[in-house]
Design a protein around this ligand. Structure first.
Ligand code: T4K
Length: 403
């Protein structure tokens, strides 16, 4: 797409016109099953009158997930945040766990809930994932584990990080909340490290409204996780220090099974929308779209771009405001960076404070709508508005400054 004719859709909501979309266009997958399928799945639950505590639908979902992800154990949980805390407990990792500073706050909070602390690692600005040189420096200084994150439907440099974990003798596990369905070197994400954790939140690729799953190839880790998940309540009891209620309900699993049936077609649809954004925004000064990183196939769950204020004419935050005025609910993930947010900002040691690449991304990254509620025509209109906002950047800036 080239710059639209200045007579076309000349008006912007931020400058006083009506919004481009009558109702908000959100980011997030938000893909729900056909009403009839949903009803019959729920009728079966009501007929059985078995609602939670490892029911038949949760068992079936776990079986299908372990086949799909080519991993020995898939353990469904209430959400990914508790899944991450459960893995830290099951692996009995020490107190200091390295995580990338550029991630959703839940990655770090999962450690606090089990009495551990994150050690923030900077990220590579080209890929948004763990910076290998900084990771090695932190391992050299002393850390007890690595919790690597696979972001935006892409992945960190999994094999290099596995080698580093082995060299320094620390356990490695993954926050793959955003990476369901993506593959690395022909292998589905889900079978790397000691364990991986997926989110099945409504905004995610695979959806149980709230939910998630932990995957592992290690039988003893799986056994401990099952004991933690249900405060024992399992056939084989293994002693663990802390237990939880991380159970998934039958209602969640019913939606999950329906979601799993369509996840491949949704990824194909996402890719088409991603491609459309890429071609329609090509050549726009100061806006760069990030392709999924370090994977050979992606779920294309997110449309991530970076805004260069000097070239675009507006900062990321100004563009964000102009888009919201159009009812285009773009998101500034992750702002503020977790190392700048309470409680971590207060807990940080001096040496942790310099995370320049994370700071840069926190100020420039913008996520645009992509998911079940977004069609090709919507992408066209979003792109047209972004071109227009860029063209009228000076007027938009002045309007925002005067507000
Ligand atoms: N690690 C990573 C790397 C993660 O990204 C996440 C979660 C986690 C761990 C933890 O996973 P969980 O414990 O959540 O399973 C959202 C999601 O709540 C969160 O799951 C996700 N990452 C995070 C990146 O995004 P918010 O607070 O930004 O979502 P929210 O409610 O603002 O929704 C986004 C947009 O979707 C809004 O425009 C509203 C719209 N929406 C949302 C929901 C839930 C709807 O229209 N309908 C809906 O039902 O966190």
């Amino acid at each position: 797409m080239s710059a639209p004719d200045s007579n076309l859709s000349a008006d912007l909501a931020i400058l006083g016109a009506s919004p481009a979309f009558p109702v908000p266009l959100p980011v997030g997958q938000l893909d729900f099953p056909d009403w009839g399928d949903y009803e019959s799945a729920f009728r079966s639950i009501f007929d059985r009158q078995y609602y939670t505590n490892q029911g038949p639908l949760v068992n079936l979902l776990e079986e299908r997930l372990s086949t799909r992800l080519q991993v020995r154990h898939a353990i469904c949980v209430t959400n990914a945040t508790i899944g991450l805390s459960m893995v830290a407990e099951a692996l009995e990792v020490g107190a200091r766990v390295i995580i990338p500073a550029f991630t959703f706050i839940a990655t770090a909070q999962s450690l606090l809930w089990t009495g551990r602390m994150p050690v923030f690692c900077d990220v590579d600005p080209q890929t948004h994932h763990l910076d290998i040189a900084h990771l090695e420096q932190l391992l050299e200084e002393g850390a007890d584990a690595i919790l690597a994150v696979n972001l935006w439907g892409g992945a960190c440099r999994v094999h290099e990080i596995e080698s580093l974990a082995q060299r320094y003798g620390v356990p490695l596990y993954f926050d793959s909340a955003q990476a369901f369905g993506s593959t690395v070197g022909g292998r589905t994400i889900g079978s790397f490290g000691k364990a991986e954790v997926f989110s099945f939140h409504a905004t995610k690729m695979m959806n149980t409204t709230e939910g998630g799953c932990i995957t592992t190839n290690e039988d003893d880790v799986a056994e401990r996780l099952r004991n933690i998940r249900s405060s024992y309540g399992v056939r084989t009891v293994v002693h663990v220090d802390r237990t939880a209620n991380g159970r998934m309900s039958e209602a969640q699993a019913a939606i999950g099974l329906l979601s799993l049936d369509v996840v491949d077609s949704r990824m194909t649809r996402n890719r088409a929308l991603h491609d459309a954004y890429q071609s329609m925004l090509a050549g726009l000064p100061g806006l760069k779209i990030l392709a999924p990183q370090n994977v050979d196939s992606s779920n294309y769950q997110y449309l991530i771009c970076e805004i260069d204020e000097r070239e675009f004419g507006l900062s990321r935050d100004e563009l964000h405001q102009a888009l919201h005025a159009e009812n285009i609910v773009a998101r500034r993930y992750f702002t503020p960076g977790i190392h700048r947010a309470p409680p971590f900002s207060a807990l940080m040691q001096k040496s942790d404070e310099s995370l320049p690449m994370t700071d840069r991304l926190c100020a420039t990254v913008l996520q645009l709508p992509l998911g079940a509620r977004v069609g090709q025509a919507d992408v066209g209109l979003v792109c047209e508005k972004i071109w227009r906002i860029q063209k009228l950047a000076r007027a938009v800036k002045e309007r925002l400054a005067g507000q």
